[in-house]
Design a protein around this ligand. Structure first.
Ligand SMILES: CC(C)(COP(=O)(O)OP(=O)(O)OC[C@H]1O[C@@H](n2cnc3c(N)ncnc32)[C@H](O)[C@@H]1OP(=O)(O)O)[C@@H](O)C(=O)NCCC(=O)NCCS
Length: 328
């Protein structure tokens, strides 16, 4: 076991979107060919989503994850060989096994790091980040790569207009290093499996057959209510545990599910909307990838600066949720 340092510090980030940009109008026109009616107006009004990026057939989660990881490593000035922990948060892995993390490891040319996937749907990135933080604080890792990556389009029922307009594909990654200074200050994770049915893709592969329903199904209104409630509670709790105030938070970076959820949450928390990083309009909901994508966008456009305090919040199927308070 290595000497434990007290903090996991973010030293780099990167992200990657597949090249195929699909506007609401283009999606509506495509759905219309199958007599499914939707419109840019409905989608923007109910969700704030204007477009999404979709992976072409054959572009797997590991490919998106690897590109985001390369960009994060370059940003951090870290070689892949320095990594001793690789975590990929995804609900759309390339295979049943090996894990997507092992595929990314091979693509990057790293040998020997621990590599595994975390499955907590849209909370996956905060679950992965908290896991990496725990490894680093315990002295079991010194340099970790945490990725959120999804090809969510592959599990959508493109005949269900209530869900297929909401999601997109993409990947985001961060590099964490053991450090004397913060770093991740506080984190908390939660789940309530009794609410599994409000958001699920309840299929599986067994004996060479797909059984159950492999597509995402959602009770949109139940998810909306639950998301706002748990994010509000968790934000207050994690900030209090850190001995800080919500007014100390420079950037709120919630899972990018829906602009209405983000706006509602910010209002409840009395965080000005200018302090909320919003990418759902451009990326749609990319599940585990949405938080690192948003974080990377706001770091690269210069909004998030060293020393700023960011509150990252995930919520999604399971039902799962969690928060990470991060000093940049
Ligand atoms: C999904 C969501 C946008 C739906 O909005 P809503 O206001 O609850 O809408 P409803 O489901 O009540 O549907 C209202 C009407 O719009 C219709 N509708 C649904 N999807 C539509 C679409 N893409 N285009 C046009 N009309 C649509 C419904 O059929 C319904 O029609 P009806 O009144 O004739 O029955 C909203 O519930 C939501 O954002 N939920 C949270 C989802 C989420 O973020 N999930 C991921 C969390 S990780």
């Amino acid at each position: 076991m290595t000497q434990a340092l007290p903090y996991a510090r973010l030293v780099g980030s990167g992200s990657f979107l597949p090249p195929r940009l699909v506007s609401n109008d283009a999606l509506a026109a495509d759905l219309a060919t199958r007599q499914i009616e939707t419109s840019d107006e409905w989608i923007v009004e109910r969700t704030g989503i204007r477009q999404r990026y979709l992976a072409d057939k054959g572009m797997a989660t590991s490919a998106l994850a690897t590109e985001a990881a390369r960009r994060a490593l370059a940003d951090a000035g870290v070689e892949a060989s320095e990594l001793d922990l690789i975590i990929v948060a995804t609900s759309t892995p390339d295979f049943v096994f090996p894990s997507t993390a092992c595929l990314v490891q091979a693509n990057l040319g790293n040998k020997g790091a621990a590599a595994f996937d975390v499955q907590a749907v849209c909370s996956g990135f905060v679950y992965g980040l908290t896991t990496a933080d725990s490894f680093i604080r315990a002295g079991r890792a010194k340099c970790a790569l945490v990725i959120g990556a999804e090809v969510f389009s592959s599990i959508l029922d493109w005949n269900d207009r209530a869900t297929c307009v909401l999601f997109g594909d993409g990947a985001g990654a961060v590099v964490l290093k053991a450090s004397e200074s913060p770093g991740i200050i506080e984190a908390e994770l939660h789940a309530d499996g009794s609410q599994m049915n409000i958001l699920c893709a309840a299929g599986n592969v067994a004996f060479g057959q797909v059984t159950g329903d492999p597509f995402l199904r959602m009770d949109g209104q139940a998810v909306f209510k639950q998301a706002v409630t748990v994010l509000d509670r968790s934000a207050r709790s994690v900030v209090e545990k850190a001995g800080l105030q919500l007014s100390d938070v420079d950037w709120l970076i919630p899972h990018q599910a829906n602009l209405r959820i983000l706006t509602f949450l910010a209002r409840k928390l009395e965080i000005p909307t200018e302090k909320v990083v919003v990418t759902v309009d451009r990326h749609a909901n990319t599940s585990a990838a949405s938080i690192p994508l948003a974080l990377d966008v706001a770091r690269r456009d210069g909004r998030i600066k060293p020393g700023h305090l960011a509150l990252l919040q995930g919520v999604g199927g399971g039902f799962t949720w969690g928060s990470v308070l991060l000093r940049l």
